[in-house]
Ligand binder design. Sequence first.
Ligand SMILES: Nc1ccccc1C(=O)C[C@H](N)C(=O)O
Length: 291
Amino acid sequence: MIQITQSSFILFREPYGPHSLQTMDLHLPSYKMRTLDDKMWIIFIHGGAWRDPSNTKSDATHLLHALIHTPQNTTLCGATLNYRLSPSPNSPENVATHPDHIADILTAITFLQHRYQFGRNYILVGHSAGATLALQSLRSKFNGRNVESVIPSAEAFLPGGLPRAVICTEGIYNLPDLVDEYPGYTSFVQNAFGQPSQIWFDASPACLPGWKSEYDGTIVIVQSREDELLSMRQAEGFVRVLEAEGVKVDVEIVGGKHDEVFKQDELVGIVKEVLAEMKMDMKELAAALDF
Ligand SMILES: Nc1ccccc1C(=O)C[C@H](N)C(=O)O
């Protein structure tokens, strides 16, 4: 079903699997201007502690409208992903557990690559648990089919390659340290990842060594000091791990509560800057190759 909501862009919902949560919204500039070559993509992954049904793909509405639904935009495309969730008190019908969430993310990105073939010309923006998922998707532990569970609908290493940048906001980077700081969060972590085990470490970007050798794109860590659900400890801990590995990381301190950050213009500005840098790099590359 295609819904034309304004003359300069189109918005539609696309399933990428049989489950009702395996859907995404696509935001594309005007149909006529659509060609496959020169596009850049933003793929948004919502948060909500792997379980909260009130966080959805619609969390990206402000960000994608501000970036994509503008008269000048002819190249930037957006996708925002739903994925299967773990149970919560208000949604016991959701029964996903790790690695179902990351399997869905990899399946969705694979689906987009097959249809639009944007290679590495994309960035991931992940909020909260969505930041965890964005980072997991970069690692061979998950996308290389050598996880304990095989994820058949996602290919071994993302087709087209890894994104040029990943922007994480209010992210969960270290599960053991999260429940150490906030024992009250144990239940949602266990709902998604089971009883404490090695799996908690393997699923935690800050506990998984090898960033330097496995990911060469830009990592941006955005964190609000006004986040009422997460202190600076998760972000600071992950930044220390990356820096100790010699990985370059951009840190952006913003304002707003946990679930306000993705609705604010500060994040729009950060994504614009990352996109501008990417465009410059692409031009330099084209010039160097004498295009
Ligand atoms: N994303 C988070 C990060 C840290 C702590 C909580 C959350 C939550 O989303 C809580 C959610 N409202 C829940 O209870 O299901």
